[in-house]
Design a protein around this ligand. Structure first.
Ligand SMILES: C[C@H](O)[C@H](O)[C@H]1CNc2nc(N)[nH]c(=O)c2N1
Ligand SMILES: N[C@@H](Cc1ccc(O)cc1)C(=O)O
Ligand SMILES: [Fe+2]
Length: 560
């Protein structure tokens, strides 16, 4: 009966809220890598429907309605094309017409082509405000010229009519049937005029295709938070681990537990940047669960935890934050961390998507759950809870070197592609969550999910699992599950060594820009102009001057 009720509850809940189930996620599979893949899929589908909607709108409002392709008017529901990332982009590698790209692909793009993703983005960008409409846009157009070079005169004239400026012009013999030449024309003109230019060129029978392939209209880089306050938008949940949705969750059939968990999660939903984290008056049973885990960690830590963990743990005890009889309040922990490494906490309502979770690390913000695991399973729980965050993550976030490693993973994730997010979260999994390291030839644990799950800690340090050296390139593609204990663990020489290897690996990632966190403004800066770099170099020079002076002064006192 209880199970049936829970099932019903689960279905209702799924319709209202579940990110996973309403989208058809196979909820029995429990791997965060699968989650990331699933997230990718949902994001893609959502994007697709946004694009299709925009196409339909463009069609309704008459834009492009004069263009008929293959005898089918654009926007015809059944025949509406799908956007494939990359097909357009490939044609302007390094801004040149790339020979290798001529051929099947090129002709295919033309045939499939109606309103491209770039045009929709341009149209949306232009429609934001009158200023946005007039903003000057750099763009590249690929023109398929049926009648030879003579058509170029017409192109140049039309660009001129629209008050545009041609910045680059390149042609090649076309391999598309019935097309003599392809021309790559880079122009600069207002967005509105650019849209008109494209329309106008398309009306001419001289062109078999007019494709917009912009360099910087396109939002190929996924959105990412620029300021710590933008993290208010980075709270998307993977709900499949929640007690309502996971039949293996120890709280699945416990209504009171689920209510309590929901009530605490509400705090996270309401939380905004700058708010103090509300205190929770934990129940006796909740404090008792904490006490059980806390005491076991105290017992095992001296032998099995890494040096840095133990040192920070002692500091947390000295600050009266880690005591056996009560669960620490996140606000107190946040203030403690701020003093040691500049990390702070934000309340999280549950397991966050990898992209959102990693993004916050870039700002030295750790998103922490605040509810407590079910009293029946103190030594293992399927979703992160505050005991995991507090006993697992907090001590190392108070260690400067580890804090920096965490932030670097976060910075690398900003604007990364979906497959790179998947790799970064796998590295996170095998280091921050389940990492082992060496200390005087002995194996020690530093992973948070080992230090908060006693059963797994002992398993990891037994002779059962396979141990491999931490190597980002191979670690980042190692599949894993989070249902049972891990069969493989990765061993780092030290945090410094892990950081070095990670840095070298990250520098080969595809993101075309570097970012830097400015702690004074809590802003992430994209290092994309000489001005910004010069300002930074100037700041570093000043810093170097101070450091050099400090060395001189120390040496001076030494020898006097
Ligand atoms: C980045 C990686 O996927 C990692 O396991 C994340 C996912 N989301 C999370 N969400 C919360 N609330 N706590 C966590 O520890 C994590 N870990
Ligand atoms: N298994 C961990 C909690 C946890 C769950 C899921 C995670 O992704 C991470 C941590 C524990 O029992 O402490
Ligand atoms: Fe964790």
């Amino acid at each position: 009966m209880a199970v049936a009720a829970a099932q019903k509850n689960r279905e209702m809940f799924a319709i209202k809220k579940s990110y996973s189930i309403e989208n058809g996620y196979p909820s029995r599979r429990r791997s965060l890598v699968d989650d990331a893949r699933f997230e990718t899929l949902v994001v893609k589908q959502t994007k697709q429907s946004v694009l299709e909607e925009a196409r339909a709108r463009a069609n309704d409002s008459g834009l492009d309605s004069e263009f008929i392709q293959d005898g089918v008017p654009i926007g015809n529901g059944d025949n509406s094309p799908t956007v494939e990332d990359g097909t357009q982009q490939d044609e302007t590698k390094n801004g040149q017409l790339a020979d290798a790209d001529i051929g099947d692909d090129a002709s295919k793009t033309d045939e499939d082509y109606t309103l491209t993703e770039e045009e929709i983005i341009l149209q949306n960008a232009a429609s934001e405000s009158p200023e946005a409409e007039q903003a000057i846009q750099q763009a590249a157009l690929l023109l398929r010229m049926r009648d030879g070079m003579g058509s170029l005169a017409r192109v140049l004239k039309t660009v001129d009519n629209y008050k545009g400026c041609v910045q680059h012009l390149e042609t090649r013999p076309s391999q598309v049937t019935d097309v003599q030449f392809d021309a790559l024309v880079k122009v600069s003109m207002s967005r509105n005029n650019l849209l008109q230019l494209i329309r106008s060129l398309r009306q001419s029978t001289a062109f078999a295709g007019v494709n917009l392939m912009t360099e910087n209209i396109s939002s190929k880089t996924p959105w990412f938070p620029r300021h710590a306050s933008d993290l208010d938008n980075c709270n998307h949940l993977m709900t499949k681990y929640e007690p309502e949705l996971d039949m293996n969750h120890p709280g699945f059939a416990d209504k009171e537990y689920r209510e309590r968990r929901k009530q605490i999660a509400e705090i996270a939903f309401a939380y905004k940047y700058g708010d103090p984290i509300p205190s929770i008056s934990y129940k006796e049973t909740e404090n008792a669960t904490w006490q059980r885990v806390f005491n076991t960690v105290l017992d095992l830590m001296p032998k099995h935890a890494c040096r840095e963990y133990k040192a920070a743990f002692t500091k947390l005890q000295e600050a009266d934050i880690f005591v056996p009889h009560r669960i620490p309040q996140l606000e107190d922990v946040s203030n403690f961390l701020r003093k040691h490494t500049g990390f702070t906490l934000r309340p999280a309502a549950g397991l966050l998507t990898a992209r959102d979770f990693l993004a916050s690390l870039a700002f030295r913000v750790f998103q922490s759950t605040q509810y407590v695991r079910h009293a029946n399973s103190p030594f293992h729980t399927p979703e992160p809870d505050c005991i995991h965050e507090l006993l697992g993550h907090i001590p190392l976030l108070a260690d400067p070197s580890f804090a920096q490693f965490s932030q670097e993973i976060g910075l690398a994730s900003l604007g990364a592609s979906d497959s790179e997010i998947e790799k970064l979260s796998t590295v996170y999994w095998f280091t921050v969550e389940f990492g082992l390291c060496k200390e005087n030839h002995q194996l020690k644990a530093y992973g948070a999910a080992l230090l908060s799950s006693i059963g797994e800690l002992l398993h990891a340090l037994s002779d059962k699992p396979e141990l491999r050296p931490f190597e980002p390139a191979s670690t980042s593609v190692q599949p894993y599950q989070d249902q049972e204990y891990q069969p493989i663990y990765y061993v780092a020489e030290s945090f410094e060594d892990a950081k070095d290897k990670f840095r070298r690996w990250v520098s080969a990632m595809s993101r075309p820009f570097e970012v830097r966190f400015n702690p004074h403004t809590e802003r992430v800066e994209v290092l994309d102009t000489v001005d910004k770099l010069e300002t930074l170099i100037w700041q570093l020079n000043t810093e170097m001057l101070h450091l050099t002076n400090a060395v001189k002064k120390l040496k001076g006192t030494h020898f006097e």
